[in-house]
Design a protein around this ligand. Sequence first.
Ligand SMILES: [Zn+2]
Length: 132
Amino acid sequence: MVHEWALAESIATYLSEKHGGRAFNKIVIGVGILQSIDLDILDFALRELLNQYNVKVAKIEYRTIEVELKCRACGYSWKLLPEELGAEASEMIHFIPEAIHSFIKCPRCGSRDYEVLKGRGIYIEEISYDEE
Ligand SMILES: [Zn+2]
């Protein structure tokens, strides 16, 4: 819970500092599927904080960011969709992102030594202002 509030705080702070005094049409927040986040809590926290900071946003959208991996052994990079992980693995990885290494192998060479290029953390993907 604290986690979601901390993330919401950093988004709200960023918006008020960098774009203070403007009204936003829409912001899109990318959420990595390896990030353990309760979207309902994040959304609630974000709306609360934006109110407090007096940042007006008409619409907040969330987009799931797929996982992108790159093998350190053979250099192959590939993408992983949430449905490819299966329920058990998804749940494990949701709580312990490092657990991905016990479920996934490089599809080309079978190595478990790979980097997670994408799919962690959350970030602001898109900001649109009111044009008036
Ligand atoms: Zn490989």
